[in-house]
Design a protein around this ligand. Structure first.
Ligand SMILES: [Zn+2]
Length: 311
């Protein structure tokens, strides 16, 4: 049996090498959250040719008039495999794409869905950040995906919603977009009040620790997380990690925002030395189980410190 499996794996990858020079790709599979609401839960590791840069969560809502896709993936080919995965659940076409953010794998599939007739929708600030990061993200993603990046063009959302939050509906389903401004400026969550589901975008990570980027704001993240809890959602589809309830999201993410703000932020405002602070909080049993803790926790503390220094 083992030989047979080995033969099969070897045979498949060899034929991949011979004919396409593309490694076998991860294919997204829809996971039902609740009636008419599905999530694609991406693998937790780094972007790669194998996972098509789909190492984040996406989702979709089936309405009477078509499918609303939440985030479009990292490439043209990746978007195509998302479309195929949706087709396994419904015959309805993707009518709307909503971007919850401007990180590469949230929007670089926009162009594909636009060519298939979908409207690409986002809040104004989300689209502005997409444009700002487009060139750098295209280069970086091409480095990760190689041949699997072929055909990808950066297309920021072009049906733009203004104000601090927006309510839109299609085919009897209502969605509310609300700025979180945590991971990237202009990030939003998408709330489905009827189904009590929230797609948090990159505000919430579970199973793996979130990363604070140079342009992230943990102050905004903490504030938004506390607002999210007030929605009292039955289902949280995080930006990364498994579908969760409030307790798990708080344990893996909300508590970490609180830690960064309450401990690191406070120490920065007291003008304690960054070295001392980082040493004191290097080892945190509450979060150590989270994937990427070893590689991200110190940088996260460092960037939080800098954010508070500038307040
Ligand atoms: Zn992400």
């Amino acid at each position: 049996m083992r030989n047979l499996i080995n033969y099969f794996i070897y045979g498949v990858s060899l034929s991949g090498l011979l004919f396409t020079n593309i490694v076998n790709a991860y294919t997204p599979k829809a996971e039902k959250v609740t009636e008419n609401v599905y999530a694609f839960i991406g693998p937790l590791g780094q972007r790669s040719e194998e996972n098509q840069g789909l190492n984040n969560n996406l989702g979709f809502v089936i309405t009477k008039e078509g499918v609303i896709l939440i985030d479009s993936g990292a490439s043209y080919l990746g978007a195509q495999s998302i479309e195929n995965a949706i087709a396994e659940v419904t015959d309805m076409p993707v009518k709307w794409v909503i971007n919850t953010g401007s990180q590469d794998h949230r929007w670089l599939g926009n162009d594909y869905f636009s060519s298939r007739g979908a409207e690409i929708i986002a809040m104004q600030k989300t689209a502005a950040t997409q444009l700002q990061h487009a060139e750098e993200q295209m280069q970086r993603m091409e480095g990760f995906l190689n041949n699997r990046f072929k055909g990808t063009h950066a297309k920021p959302a072009n049906r733009l919603l203004s104000d601090q939050s927006a309510r839109i509906s299609l085919g009897g389903e209502e969605l509310e977009l609300h700025y979180t401004d945590a991971h990237y400026p202009g990030d939003v969550w998408v709330w489905l009040p009827k189904q009590s589901v929230v797609f948090t975008g990159d505000l919430v990570y579970v199973d793996r620790i979130f990363s604070v980027l140079p342009w992230s704001s943990v102050v905004n993240g903490q504030k938004a997380f506390h607002e999210l809890v007030k929605l009292n959602p039955d289902f949280i589809v995080p930006g990364h990690g498994s579908v969760s309830d409030i307790a798990k999201a708080r344990r893996d993410c909300g508590d970490y925002y609180d830690f960064l703000v309450d401990k690191i932020g406070a120490a920065a405002q007291e003008m304690e030395s960054m070295q001392d602070v980082m040493k004191r909080y290097d080892d945190l049993p509450a979060f150590k189980h989270l994937e990427n803790y070893g590689s991200l926790h110190r940088t996260n503390m460092n960037r939080t410190y800098l954010e508070f220094e500038q307040l």
